[in-house]
Design a protein around this ligand. Structure first.
Ligand code: HEM
Ligand code: NAG
Ligand code: NAG
Ligand code: NAG
Ligand code: NAG
Length: 331
């Protein structure tokens, strides 16, 4: 029969064995359970970025898309099975480069050797995105840790949560607003397009058959449109053709993206529209004129993205492999 003392012991054991199940996120979440976390992340991320400079943009987009669908829970890292079409196979996510996923795998492998079963994939992704932004010249911001990895990854949940370059500005503003992001935060976040690439199909509608009166979008600076037309001439035959999002300083995280918009050098239709719409233009002008203001706004908005709908306790798990749920059978 259970004595009161026994009950007390059971209760104590319960609290001792699940010390984190309800605990808050914190920057030093792994300081006791995986003290090497920060240094391992630092090493793996910088090695990868030096070897493959496209990693930074890929990881930043991967992280943002992961967060906007089901929260920052690593749902975008899961691979499809014959029973489940996973998030990463949604059309919009198929262009995320393999290097971005590879970085997460590398970090996870290294962390599992040092502290098995401790660090979540969603914390790895959030930290990698921050480290990379800083590494390519952007601001440093705090990343709170202690996310759990999600238990759902479903391609059908993507649509409606990720903006497309053909959307009207009002719809983009509403989409961000529905997730708690102001117009200023949205304009700052899209400043992520200061690095990385877009495939021709994302902006070809602005180049070849724009309207009855103009083959190309007149919002483009003419010489820029000319260059893009040449670059994308064969894009239907070679769908890998892509252009830099920021044609002036493509690999550097800076405020050049906003300066470009003011000169007709915005690649996507939604990029260019930011500098035209009366609700967004004031922020484009502010960020173009003042890089510090952009960095502060971006850092702040990214901290907010990083904790969007995160899962704690039993709402998630610490995956053993980032591409598989723990319940999945490993064949
Ligand atoms: C108006 C909202 C947005 C739209 C319509 C949009 C759309 C796109 C599109 C179509 C691409 C090209 C993808 C490809 O062809 O591979 C792209 C690339 C990218 N986007 Fe966005 N995006 C938006 C907001 C954001 C935000 C908020 C972030 C991050 C905070 C972000 C980060 C990136 C990055 C880093 C790339 C380059 C990816 C690479 O080089 O692999 N985007 N975006
Ligand atoms: C994915 O989501 C769709 C739409 O909500 C739903 O119909 C479908 O059953 C889900 N698939 C899985 C495997 O849960
Ligand atoms: C251009 O667009 C018009 C109207 O959208 C369409 O009727 C026409 O077939 C298009 N032409 C080409 C070459 O795609
Ligand atoms: C486009 O394709 C043609 C024929 O396949 C080739 O001769 C040409 O060099 C290509 N142009 C570009 C810009 O890739
Ligand atoms: C630029 O923005 C920062 C941060 O908001 C502000 O402190 C600074 O005064 C601004 N600089 C100028 C020249 O307006």
């Amino acid at each position: 029969m259970a004595s009161p003392v026994h009950n007390l012991l059971v209760l104590l054991l319960f609290f001792v064995s699940f010390p984190c199940s309800n605990s808050k996120l914190s920057v030093d979440y792994y300081s006791k359970t995986c003290p090497q976390f920060a240094s391992i992340m630092e090493q793996i991320v910088s090695d990868k970025q030096i070897a493959s400079p496209t990693t930074a943009a890929g990881v930043l987009r991967l992280f943002f898309h992961d967060c906007m669908v089901e929260g920052c829970d690593g749902s975008l890292l899961i691979t499809s099975t014959s029973f489940n079409r996973a998030e990463r196979d949604a059309e919009i996510d198929q262009s995320i480069p393999g290097d971005a996923f590879d970085l997460v795998t590398r970090a996870k492998t290294s962390l599992e050797l040092q502290c098995p079963g401790v660090v979540s994939c969603s914390d790895i992704l959030a930290t990698a995105a921050r480290n990379l932004v800083t590494m390519v010249g952007g601001p440093y911001y705090r990343v709170l840790l202690g996310r759990k990895d999600g238990l759902v990854s479903n391609a059908s949940l993507v649509q409606g949560n990720i903006a497309q370059p053909t959307m009207a500005m009002s719809d983009i503003i509403s989409l961000f607003d529905s997730k708690g992001f102001s117009v200023q935060e949205m304009v700052a976040l899209v400043g992520a397009h200061t690095i990385g690439f877009s495939h021709c199909k994302e902006f070809s509608h602005r180049l070849f058959n724009f309207s009855k009166t103009s083959k190309t979008d007149p919002a483009y600076y003419p010489k820029y449109a000319e260059g893009l037309m040449k670059l994308c001439a064969n894009y239907t035959k070679d769908p890998t053709m892509s252009a830099y999002n920021d044609v002036m300083t493509p690999g550097k995280f800076d405020n050049m993206y906003y300066k470009n918009l003011q000169r007709g050098l915005g690649l996507l239709a939604t990029d260019q529209a930011l500098s035209v719409d009366r609700r967004t233009k004031p922020f484009v002008d502010l960020f173009a004129a003042n890089e510090t203001a952009f960095f502060e706004a971006f850092a702040h908005a990214m901290e907010k993205v990083s904790i969007y709908k995160i899962k704690k306790g039993k709402m998630g798990e610490v995956r053993r492999r980032c591409d598989l749920f723990n319940a999945a059978k490993n064949d």
